[in-house]
Design a protein around this ligand. Structure first.
Ligand SMILES: O=P(O)(O)O[C@H]1O[C@H](CO)[C@@H](O)[C@H]1O
Ligand SMILES: O=c1cc[nH]c(=O)[nH]1
Length: 320
């Protein structure tokens, strides 16, 4: 870890409790306040080694996505869009000491990668939420900008999730804790989803819709694909499942939204999920569009979120 700070940024129990319920990010762990030091191991940050309030106290928007390159590209894009005074070279990976995740800060915007799947994003979110808590951040909006498989919609469409559902089409996240299964709500912020949708209408030729997002534990069999190393069902069964998903209001499939929604909700973060679709799963399983097409698709959620952030910050748009 980097240089050492005195323990002055370790706030007292009573101080911390005043944050709850006032737009401050909160944690739900009675043990955390009694810890002398909190090492955010996978982020290579900690309460004794870093002055978290100074480094992150002004964060208002957190954007997360699976790929480190995408999240770096988003940070550089935001740097340009926010017309920040420091140079592009100053946009450095704050988590460079670990290769688990990457993190960039541009003004009030934090951009972080989370890898693929529920376990990976869950570890990142535990440490990110504690970071925001230790940094005494308030009124933070968090958005996952990802890719997904579309269900019955044209590739390249952007889906704003109104409800994150599991493989049984239920709006729940089942967390195994010790040897119990604890079911958590996956409700997302409705007003935020509407605000994002309204924002999308201002971007020309920008196909966007609000719909349910199914979150699975696997990319292949778990998403009804016939092209994995294993496939234990017929083409008809797979297609029937995807059609039933469509009829249940599901418009895209990805691998993190349920735990993302559940954890953010419990910790007082207003959260949204915005994913572009790379293919229509009612038509195919393989992602075989040309590279440049896929790169352009991946930029769509970034464009929408940059618009949204600038609108929230009262900045005029420069991109169209
Ligand atoms: O593009 P990202 O954000 O990684 O999201 C989607 O892409 C990955 C699978 O290719 C899964 O993580 C899925 O959720
Ligand atoms: O089909 C897809 C595409 C991207 N991500 C997924 O999880 N599924």
């Amino acid at each position: 870890m980097a240089s050492s700070f005195p323990a002055s940024n370790t706030s007292t129990r009573s101080e911390r409790n005043t944050y709850v319920g006032k737009g401050f990010v909160h944690v739900k762990n009675p043990y955390l306040d009694s810890m002398d030091e909190d090492v955010l191991y996978h982020l290579d940050l900690g309460t004794k080694t870093h002055n978290l309030p100074e480094m992150f106290g002004d964060v208002k928007f957190v954007c997360v996505g699976g790929s480190p390159n995408r999240m770096k590209a988003f940070a550089l894009f935001m740097h340009k869009e926010l017309r920040l005074e420091d140079s592009e070279e100053d946009v450095k990976d704050i988590c460079a000491g670990t290769d688990r995740y990457c993190m960039y800060k541009t003004g009030p915007v934090l951009s972080i990668s989370h890898g693929m799947g529920i376990p990976s994003i869950s570890i990142m979110l535990h440490e990110l939420i504690k970071l925001l808590y230790h940094a005494r951040c308030c009124d933070v909006t968090i958005i996952r900008i990802g890719t997904s498989g579309g269900v019955g919609i044209a590739p390249g469409s952007v889906v704003i999730t109104d409800r994150a559902v599991d493989s049984f089409f239920k709006p729940r996240f089942e967390q195994v804790i010790l040897d119990n299964v604890v079911t958590r709500s996956t409700e997302l912020d409705k007003e935020l989803a509407e605000e994002l949708f309204n924002c999308s209408k201002e971007i020309p030729d920008f196909p966007t819709l609000i719909g349910h997002t199914m979150c699975t534990y696997d990319f292949y069999e778990g998403q009804g694909r016939l092209d994995g190393a294993l496939c234990s069902f017929s083409r008809e069964k797979g297609l029937d499942y995807l059609k039933r998903a469509y009829n249940a209001g599901i418009r895209n499939i990805e691998m993190e939204s349920t735990v993302f929604a559940a954890m953010c909700r419990l910790c007082g973060l207003k959260a949204a999920v915005v994913c572009v679709t790379l293919l229509n799963r009612l038509e195919c399983d393989q992602i075989n569009s040309p590279h440049d097409v896929l790169v352009e698709y991946q930029k769509r959620p970034q464009l929408l979120i940059s618009r949204f952030i600038k609108q929230r910050l009262g900045l005029r748009d420069q991109t169209s």
